[in-house]
Write a new protein. Structure first.
Lengths: 246, 377
C-alpha cells in the first residue's frame, strides 16, 4: 500500500477536563472508504473534525496528504483545500443563492474568475443532480436537496478527501436515499471518504473498513463483512443489536 | 420525480380552491369593526369620542388658525386657535438658525443636495463602488456651500451653522462614521486576541457608562485643552467626533447582537472550504449579521437624529435649538406650542420616512431569512 493519505499517531484531545480522544492511531489509504460508528458522545465527530482541524488535537501527530496539522495557519489552509466536509445541519449560507454557495470557495480560495467559478459550480451541482435549483436560496429547498448542495459545495475545490459528519441524521426518512445515492456515486468514483453515520446499510455496501468508537477509543476496526458477522468487542455487539433491524 | 409527486399522480385530485372572502365596504366593516358585541361597543365608544374631539382639534389646528405673520390677529385669537403666523414669520430662523439671512439659500441647497444623495443611496441598486467617492464629493460640496470661502462664497464660520442642516449633518456624520468603528469594536469584543478583546470591551463599557451630554461637554470644552499647541479643531468638528465615538459604542453592541445570532456552523462551513478569517467575515458572517440588525440599527439612527438637539448645551443651534432662538423674540414667545408642533412635524416626517424605509429594506434584503428552514438555531 502506498503512503496513507490520513495518519493519526497517538492522538489525544480534551474538551476542558473531558478526555474525548484517547490514543487514536489510524491510517487511511488513498481511495479508501471508512465508516465510523459508535454511541453518541464517543468522539466520532471530534475524530473527523480533527482531520480538517475544525478541532485542534493536543497530543500526537495528524498528517493529511503529507502535511502535518500544526498551529501554523498555512498548513491548515493547505489541508482544508484538499479536504471537503459535509455537516449534519448542512450549514449552507442562507443569504446566498445555491450557485453562489458553491462558487464562493473557488472565487475566494482558488481566485478563479466569476465565470470559471460558476461553470465549476454548475458542474458540481449537476453531479449531485440539482443543477435546476441553482438560482434558488437554500431555504427554498428540501432537506435532502440542501444536503446535496452542501456536498456540491464541498466538492467544488476538487478535494482528495471527503468527510461526512452524520450527513443523513437531520433528514426526513424519505430523503435519506437521495443523499446516500450521491455518496455512493462518489465512492464509486474512487474518492477517499471518512463517514460518520448510523446507516449500517451504507456501511455494509460501501465501506472498506468500519471503525467502532466508544468513550474516545477506537475499539474495533474491521472490514464490514467481519464487523457485522463477527463483532469481537462486547460493546460493539450491544451497539449493533440496537441499530440493526432484527 | 420525487416520491410525493408520484404518489399524488396515482390518487384522484382532491385539491380545492381556498374559500373566497366577501369583499366590499360592508363585509369589511363587519369583519373589522363589528365582529362581536364587545367589539361593536368599543367601536361605538371610540367613534363617539372621535366625533367629540376631532372637530375642535381641526378648528384649532386648521380652520380658525391665523396663517399670516400678523401679530395683532394672533393676539386677538386669545389662544382659541393656532397662530401659524409665528412659523410663517420665523421659519427661516427655525430651519437655518443663525446662518446669515441673505445667504440662507446656501444651507437650503446643501440640505437638498444631501436629501437627493440619500434618496439615491437608499436603493440597493446604487450600492456600488462609486457610492463612497460620490458621498465624499457630496460631503465636500455640503461643507463648501455651508462654509464658503471659495468660488466667491463668503466665509461663514461653523459656529453660526444651525437648524435642519446641522441636525442632518451631525446625524449623517455621526451614524456613518460610527458604523466602521462599531464593526471593528464588535469583532474585537469577540476576538481571540486577549489584548484586542479587552481594549474593545473597555471602550464600549466606558462610553456606555457616560451620557451623551457629558461627551458633548468634553468634546467642546475639555478636548481643546488636550490638543497640542497650534492645532485647532472647530467646535462643529469636535462635536461631530464626540457623537461619532459615542455612537460607535452602541453600534458595536448592535452588531455584536447580530454576530451572536449566527450559528457556529456558519463559521465551520466557511472554514471547511478554506476561507480565511477575513473572507469568512466579509462573505458569510457580516452580510447575514448586518441584515439581522437593521431594526436595532434604525433605532440608533432615529435616536441619534433626535439626540443631536443636545448640542444646544454647547451653544450650537440645531432644529430644536433654533426654535428656542426664534422664541426669544418677546413679541412671539407666547406661541411656543405652534413652534414645537412645527418642529415635531419635521422630526416626525423624517423619522417616519426612515422607519418605513428600513421596513422595506428588511423585506428586500432579508427575504432569505423569512423562508422556513433558513435560519438554524
Amino acid at each position: 500500500m502506498s503512503e496513507p493519505i490520513i495518519q493519526f499517531a497517538r492522538v489525544n484531545k480534551w474538551f476542558g477536563r473531558f478526555h474525548v480522544l484517547k490514543d487514536i492511531d489510524l491510517q487511511v489509504g488513498r481511495g479508501e472508504r471508512i465508516v465510523v460508528c459508535g454511541p453518541s458522545g464517543s468522539g466520532k465527530s471530534t475524530l473527523i473534525r480533527c482531520i480538517n482541524r475544525l478541532e485542534e488535537h493536543q497530543e500526537g501527530r495528524i498528517v493529511v496528504d503529507g502535511v502535518e496539522l500544526t498551529e501554523e495557519v498555512r498548513s491548515v489552509e493547505r489541508v482544508r483545500r484538499e479536504v471537503g466536509m459535509v455537516f449534519q445541519q448542512f450549514n449552507l449560507f442562507p443569504h446566498l443563492r445555491v450557485l453562489d454557495n458553491v462558487a464562493l470557495a473557488p472565487v475566494c480560495v482558488l481566485k478563479l474568475s466569476r465565470e470559471e467559478a460558476e461553470a465549476r459550480a454548475n458542474q458540481q451541482l449537476a453531479r449531485v443532480r440539482i443543477g435546476d435549483q441553482a438560482a434558488k436560496y437554500p431555504g427554498q429547498l428540501s432537506g435532502g436537496q440542501q444536503q446535496r448542495v452542501a456536498i456540491a459545495r464541498a466538492l467544488c475545490l476538487q478535494p482528495k478527501i471527503m468527510l461526512f459528519d452524520e450527513p443523513t441524521s437531520a433528514l426526513d426518512p424519505e430523503m435519506v436515499k437521495e443523499v446516500l445515492d450521491v455518496m455512493l456515486e462518489l465512492a464509486n468514483q474512487g474518492m477517499t471518504m471518512v463517514v460518520v453515520t448510523h446507516e449500517m446499510g451504507f456501511a455494509r455496501s460501501v465501506a472498506d473498513r468500519v471503525l467502532f468508537m466508544d468513550s474516545g477509543r477506537i475499539v474495533e476496526e474491521n472490514p464490514p463483512s467481519e464487523f457485522f458477522a463477527n463483532p469481537r468487542n462486547e460493546r460493539t455487539r450491544d451497539f449493533l443489536a440496537k441499530v440493526l433491524p432484527r | 420525480m420525487s416520491a410525493a409527486a408520484a404518489g399524488a399522480r396515482g390518487r384522484p385530485d382532491t385539491s380545492r380552491a381556498p374559500p373566497t372572502r366577501a369583499r366590499g365596504p360592508l363585509p369589511w366593516l363587519k369583519a373589522n369593526l363589528f365582529a362581536s358585541a364587545p367589539n361593536a361597543v368599543a367601536t361605538l365608544l371610540l367613534g363617539a369620542a372621535l366625533v367629540r374631539v376631532l372637530p375642535p382639534v381641526v378648528r384649532w389646528l386648521v380652520t380658525d388658525a391665523v396663517y399670516a405673520p400678523d401679530y395683532r390677529a394672533c393676539r386677538a385669537l386669545e389662544y382659541r386657535a393656532a397662530c401659524w403666523g409665528f412659523v410663517t414669520e420665523k421659519h427661516r430662523l427655525i430651519l437655518f438658525g443663525r446662518y446669515p439671512y441673505a445667504e440662507q439659500w446656501r444651507p437650503l441647497a446643501a440640505t437638498l443636495l444631501v436629501f437627493v444623495a440619500l434618496l439615491v443611496t437608499a436603493h440597493p441598486r446604487s450600492w456600488r463602488r462609486w457610492l463612497l467617492p460620490a458621498w465624499a464629493v457630496v460631503l465636500a460640496a455640503f461643507l463648501l456651500l455651508m462654509g464658503g470661502g471659495a468660488l466667491g462664497l463668503s466665509p461663514v464660520e461653523a459656529g453660526l451653522w444651525g437648524g435642519l442642516p446641522l441636525t442632518v449633518l451631525l446625524t449623517l456624520v455621526g451614524m456613518s462614521a460610527s458604523i466602521p468603528i462599531g464593526l471593528v469594536l464588535a469583532l474585537g469584543r469577540r476576538s481571540r486576541l486577549p489584548l484586542f478583546r479587552a481594549a474593545s470591551s473597555l471602550y464600549i463599557e466606558m462610553i456606555r457608562g457616560v451620557p451623551l451630554i457629558t461627551v458633548l461637554f468634553v468634546a467642546s470644552f475639555v478636548f481643546p485643552l488636550l490638543l497640542p499647541q497650534g492645532l485647532r479643531l472647530d467646535v462643529l468638528a469636535r462635536v461631530a467626533l464626540g457623537i461619532t465615538f459615542f455612537q460607535a459604542a452602541y453600534m458595536a453592541e448592535v452588531v455584536r447582537g447580530g454576530l451572536q445570532a449566527l450559528p457556529r456552523g456558519q463559521y465551520e462551513a466557511a472554514a471547511s472550504v478554506g476561507l480565511t478569517w477575513w473572507q469568512t467575515q466579509r462573505k458569510v458572517i457580516l452580510p447575514q449579521a448586518l441584515t439581522l440588525v437593521i431594526p436595532s440599527f434604525v433605532n440608533s439612527l432615529l435616536s441619534t437624529f433626535m439626540d443631536t438637539s443636545l448640542v444646544t448645551v454647547v451653544s450650537m443651534y440645531d432644529l430644536t435649538g433654533a426654535l428656542r432662538l426664534a422664541l426669544g423674540d418677546p413679541q412671539w414667545r407666547h406661541f411656543f406650542l405652534e413652534g414645537y408642533l412645527f418642529v415635531a412635524a419635521v422630526y416626525f416626517t423624517c423619522c417616519l420616512a426612515m422607519s418605513r424605509y428600513s421596513a422595506w429594506l428588511e423585506g428586500r434584503l432579508g427575504s432569505w431569512a423569512r423562508r422556513p428552514g433558513a435560519v438554524q438555531a
